[in-house]
Design a protein around this ligand. Structure first.
Ligand code: ADP
Ligand code: ZN
Ligand code: ZN
Length: 795
């Protein structure tokens, strides 16, 4: 009787859940468990893999003897059994390869680089060869330097002249520092009076006891060497964890929760002791003290020996959340998001894995933070579409969190001022427990939102981008020494550039979209593929010199503000100006300290920002999101308006909001301007019901992307027919729509085709789609098939 393991290997097979069996050799048995990372022979190479199952009583077939696992890399295993189980669930539910699911749970830096190396065992006749192989070399290096064939190398191997070893490195290394301390009594050390550097070093050591070698100025390092040789000092390696920057908030900690918060806190605490998973939806207006509730709840979890994960929708929001948690919990907090360096990501993950921290704050993938005793996952701004992963595995964070918490009977807490229609619906039908906070914690009222109909401004002869009332409000606010936030959901200078004579518009040659102009209109850039072009002097079609910029971007808005209000100090915040996480911190800190008085930005500024001196928020054009061809565009618009408005009047000065639009009668705009969530929800839900959209049905998007229009069309047709055939004998009502051409038919020079599937909540559809194994079907360098279950949009 022997033991075997099922292993997913790191190779581009792309089957959904293909595993391979390997024997567990007796000498490795004690170190192999579910979740172990191993090295196995595969197709005459060595590759890394993960153990996903262990079979205790494997009967080895003499004819097809299984190969053995070669090495185990870590013990205890890199993933625990629960995460492996979650990976299997992910793979099935999001139609993704099991390997990609496991990979998304680990920091990239931990990935292995494997290479085979050859080195000398006993001398051959060729002394150059012997010399060369006195250190380990790669095959390619050997073949480059000597006239040998692979066969000859193999013969050397067989005859025992050389041996082959596998060199294993992780992409990122753990970080260590050299610490030096005196190894003798200071009086026993004599330094020549002329050796100034040595004198200096001795003095430092005397004062500080321990020094970090890499922090010493270069000239002193010579002295360190001398001291080492004389045996005056000893050095040791100390492990360090690379830490991201945090903000300096100086937050005053509220002493007591208010009455509403207290009630909610009580319910949350109760759930800690329950033997099942509870999902709460905390619906609380902006500034109502949701974060304060999170902080208290997490404190309670920690007191009970449990760990907690707090998720925020995007990296621009992590510094604030992290800083608030660090202020409260100090070193118990790790940070995980894509803005960190590979080294920081690796170390933060390691701290969690090693049990050095109890709390992780991060973006979506932090849902996989490797805590052992997870008590809760908190998802802040749960309605945000960034909680949907757009690459394989295309998971919905909320649902993954719930699944994960079922393993430890933990609590899922969703927070939002404007819950997603799905979550609110779930609270109405009893799947989630609703908790509400409907007043701001400091009792300040929400700012009034005034709607300005831009069509009327035009009739009055105002062609500028500022309505009369917004213009005067900006002037007044700046005059009082207060701050303004202006929101415009389009970066760049202008949305389109067109010829006034012939109507020519500049389009991307690779995508079916208009080019956006940037840098005062001097450059035209595609926001989808980054194609760029400098603006020609005349129209490429008719040579007219009359080119016009149409539609507005944040860059132009900044210019217009500067022209209209010469005294304004403006900061712009969008994808063009924010390239790194530290630029967010910088902008945040600058605006907080009043180094600027106008903040212009895209949806990046809509959430989380808490600036006490902001008393005016201007929404330059609310229609922008409304016009997206997607079933969620009304919901998005409602949420954005509510959030942006929530930036005004947060502290001692009352705030106001001016919303400019061409469609004031639209229900998103009408209801959001009155903070009418319930009203909006009812209208939206009725629409979803009549058109059979979520939450009344689930959706899947099958997208075929091809370099060839004809191939793409043929493949999508074929998939459609196959699906139709499979669905014929299924009693449940599954609806196939399409093939359809999406709103942007061509992206990055590839043609897109889609099938939309509507299927019920209890479903056999996932079985069917997994059996089809579409990621493998016809996928090649020309054509690619993407399956997205519960997609964030249908665009
Ligand atoms: P939200 O997350 O709902 O936007 P926060 O938790 O950030 O709200 O709270 C908004 C502000 O009110 C913060 O400055 C916070 O310190 C303060 N605050 C929260 N709860 C209380 C309380 N019980 N008493 C006084 N101030 C509070
Ligand atoms: Zn493009
Ligand atoms: Zn022209």
């Amino acid at each position: 009787m022997e033991k075997a393991a099922k292993i997913v290997v790191d190779c581009p097979l792309r089957d959904i859940d293909k595993t391979f069996d390997y024997m567990i050799p007796p000498h490795l048995d004690a170190f192999i468990e579910i979740g172990s990372r191993v090295i196995v022979p595969f197709n005459r190479r060595m590759v890394q893999g993960f153990v996903v199952d262990i079979e205790e009583n494997y009967i080895n077939n003499e004819k097809f003897k299984l190969k053995e696992i070669d090495k185990v890399l870590e013990f205890p295993s890199i993933l625990d059994e629960k995460l492996v189980k979650l990976a299997k669930w992910l793979s099935f539910n999001y139609n993704s390869s099991l390997f990609s699911c496991i990979q998304s749970m680990l920091p990239r830096g931990i990935k292995l680089q494997l290479s085979e190396q050859y080195s000398l065992v006993r001398s051959t006749l060729d002394s150059d060869f012997n010399d060369f192989l006195s250190k380990p070399r790669q095959l390619g290096d050997i073949l480059d330097n000597f006239q040998l064939t692979k066969d000859q190398i193999n013969r050397y191997l067989l005859e025992g002249y050389i041996k082959k070893t596998l060199n294993i490195k992780t992409v990122v290394k753990e970080k260590y520092l050299q610490e030096i301390t005196l190894d003798r009594d200071i009086d026993e050390i004599t330094v020549p009076a002329t050796a100034l550097r040595q004198q200096q070093l001795l003095e430092l050591l005397d004062n500080q006891q321990r020094l970090i070698l890499s922090e010493l100025p270069a000239p002193l390092r010579g002295a360190v060497k001398v001291f080492q040789e004389k045996g005056y000092i000893k050095s040791k390696k100390i492990k360090v964890y690379r830490e991201p920057d945090t903000l300096n908030l100086n937050e005053v900690q509220p002493k007591e929760l208010n009455c509403q918060q207290q009630k909610i806190f009580g319910q949350l605490v109760e759930s800690i002791y329950e033997e099942s998973t509870t999902t709460f939806l905390l619906k609380g207006i902006t500034g109502s003290g949701k974060t304060e509730v999170y902080l208290r709840f997490v404190k309670e979890l920690i007191n009970n020996g449990k760990d907690a994960i707090i998720l925020v929708p995007e990296i621009s929001l992590t510094p604030m959340m992290v800083s608030r948690f660090k202020e409260r919990f100090g070193d118990m907090v790790a940070v995980l998001h894509s803005g960190l360096t590979e080294g920081q990501k690796f170390d933060q993950w390691l701290k969690i894995k090693e049990g050095k921290v109890k709390i992780a704050v991060g973006a979506r993938s932090a849902v996989f933070a490797p805590f052992k005793n997870l008590g809760a996952i908190i998802i802040d701004e749960e309605h945000e579409s960034t909680y949907k992963q757009e690459e394989q595995p295309r998971y919905v964070t909320r649902d993954v969190a719930k699944k994960r918490l079922e393993q430890t009977n933990g609590t899922l807490l969703l927070g939002s001022a404007t819950p997603s229609i799905e979550s609110y619906y779930n609270s109405k039908i009893g799947n989630y427990k609703i908790l509400e906070l409907n007043e701001r914690a400091n009792n300040k009222p929400l700012p009034n939102i005034d709607i300005v109909d831009m069509r009327e401004e035009l009739i009055k002869g105002n062609k500028s981008i500022f309505s009369h009332s917004l213009h005067s409000a900006i002037g007044e606010t700046l005059g009082k020494g207060e701050q303004v936030i202006l929101f415009l959901n389009k970066r760049g200078f202008s949305a389109t550039t067109l010829c006034r004579e012939c109507g020519f518009t500049f389009k991307c040659p690779n995508c079916d979209v208009n080019l956006t102009s940037h840098h005062q209109g001097n450059f035209l850039i595609c926001h989808y593929c980054n194609y760029s072009l400098s603006l020609p002097n005349s129209c490429p079609k008719c040579s007219s010199k009359h080119l016009r910029f149409n539609g507005l971007g944040t860059e132009r808005l900044k210019e217009d503000i500067q022209k209209n209000f010469p005294g304004a100090k403006i900061i712009r915040m969008d994808n063009d100006t924010m390239s790194t996480a530290s630029s967010y911190n910088e902008v945040y800190q600058n605006f907080l300290e009043g180094k600027a008085n106008v903040l212009i930005g895209t949806q990046m500024i809509a959430k989380g920002f808490d600036f006490p001196k902001v008393t005016l928020v201007g929404i330059i054009l609310a229609d922008m999101t409304l016009n997206f061809p997607d079933y969620k565009s009304s919901e998005k618009t409602f949420q954005l308006i509510t959030q942006v408005a929530g930036r005004a009047g947060r502290a001692d000065y009352p705030g106001r909001v001016i919303l400019q639009t061409y469609s004031p009668e639209h229900y998103s705009i009408r209801t959001s301007s009155q903070y009418g969530y319930e009203e909006f929800y009812n209208e939206e839900l009725a629409m979803r019901r009549s058109l059979a959209y979520p939450p009344f049905t689930r959706l899947a998007k099958i997208e075929v992307v091809s370099k060839s229009e004809n191939t793409g069309r043929a493949v999508v047709r074929e998939i459609y027919n196959k699906l139709e055939e499979k669905l014929e004998n299924i009693p449940e009502s599954i609806q196939l729509l399409g093939p359809v051409v999406p709103a942007i038919p061509r992206l990055k020079n590839k043609f897109r085709f889609m099938i939309i599937v509507k299927f019920p909540h209890k479903t056999s559809f996932l079985n069917i789609i997994n059996q089809l194994n579409l990621i493998k079907f016809k996928s090649d360098i020309i054509t690619n098939i993407k399956v997205d279950i519960d997609p964030a949009t249908l665009m």
